[in-house]
Design a binder for this molecule. Structure first.
Ligand SMILES: Nc1ncnc2c1ncn2[C@@H]1O[C@H](COP(=O)(O)OP(=O)(O)OP(=O)(O)O)[C@@H](O)[C@H]1O
Ligand SMILES: [Mg+2]
Length: 225
């Protein structure tokens, strides 16, 4: 399925892959390269992307990072919108979700009927409707098996999971057994040290922290300026 250029213009989310010369695009490529180094060194593939609270830029980061990963030659990336509270990846990509992701994770819907392939190297699992029973879906018996099967059948090198905020829901905790590490998104304009510490406390011992991404950084925070 090709990207819908018209829909993308209307989408709220800026897709930096359309503006390759932008410093933000360079930042995502740098993040991609550093992430791939870590994943390869440790033999990891599955990364949860989350934030302390809503609106920090989790979807913005997950989508743009997935697009950056998808540009690596001979690689395969899958992006899953696991934020059942506020699904956002479909709108960010200007695409329409074929149905509810819960059906796929519970084993009722086939992978071919749920996942879309906007680029040859990128598969996306979008969600058409919010679902408040998210933690139950993620804890569900079939979820782990469905994700394992998906990774194998796609031959995926990297999987990104867009998740709800750590401090607001326990969905991220429910998915932790299925991921290798967590990328935490901090909003440079409002995330506090106390929030980051609270997230670390919640995650430590359950997963590996891959790093903290500073989103909405001020210009003076960037070494490129
Ligand atoms: N660095 C950025 N530059 C410009 N716009 C941004 C940036 N980061 C986020 N945004 C915009 O801010 C809004 C919120 O971002 P996003 O949807 O990624 O948040 P979120 O953390 O996924 O929120 P939620 O927890 O509700 O899912 C979006 O409209 C997005 O386009
Ligand atoms: Mg989001």
């Amino acid at each position: 399925m090709p990207f819908d250029a018209a829909a993308q213009v209307q989408a709220r989310l800026p897709l930096v892959s359309r503006f390759r010369a932008d410093p933000a695009a360079k930042s995502f490529d740098l993040l991609r390269t550093r992430l791939l180094h870590t994943l390869k060194a440790r033999g990891w593939k599955r990364v949860a992307v989350t934030a302390p609270v809503a609106g920090c830029g989790t979807t913005f980061t997950a989508v743009n990072l997935a697009l950056s990963l998808a540009r690596v030659p001979d690689s395969r990336t899958v992006l899953m919108d696991m934020n059942f509270r506020r699904p956002g990846a479909a709108q960010a990509l200007g695409m329409t979700a074929p149905g509810e992701l819960a059906g796929f994770l519970s084993g009722q819907v086939q992978m071919e009927d749920q996942l879309l392939r906007p680029l040859p190297s990128l598969a996306v699992g979008l969600n058409s409707a919010a679902d408040q029973d998210a933690a139950e879906i993620l804890h569900g018996r079939s979820c782990a098996g469905v994700l394992e099967d998906m990774m194998l059948r796609l031959g995926a090198d990297t999987a990104l999971f867009d998740l709800p905020p750590v401090l607001e829901h326990d969905d991220t905790a429910a998915l932790l057994p299925q991921v290798d590490g967590v990328l935490l998104i901090a909003d440079g304009t409002r995330t506090t040290a106390a929030q980051l510490a609270a997230c670390e406390k919640m995650l430590v011992g359950h997963t590996q922290m891959l790093g903290v991404v500073l989103n909405r950084a001020r210009k003076t925070d960037s070494p490129l300026n």
